[in-house]
Design a binder for this molecule. Sequence first.
Ligand SMILES: [Zn+2]
Length: 87
Amino acid sequence: MEKVACNKCEATFEIQLKEDKKEDGIIVTYFICPSCNHKYIAFVTDEECRQLQQELGKTHIKLRGKEWKKKRKQLKKKMAKLKFKYI
Ligand SMILES: [Zn+2]
């Protein structure tokens, strides 16, 4: 697992992702600093985001054209919006 430094207390720790299921099929993926218990939101997805992620993941690298890039952009935007809502 990835190691990160906490912005609050500067402790270094391994990320252990946890999932928090909200209403409307929204899943908040987060991790907690074991030293100061600060909660970090890793990402937030809803049903639509997860479907997009699946579609994007299925596409072979060679086939990743304009349409793929457009979808990825759409996903990024959507996830940023969701994350903002839950922070
Ligand atoms: Zn900390």
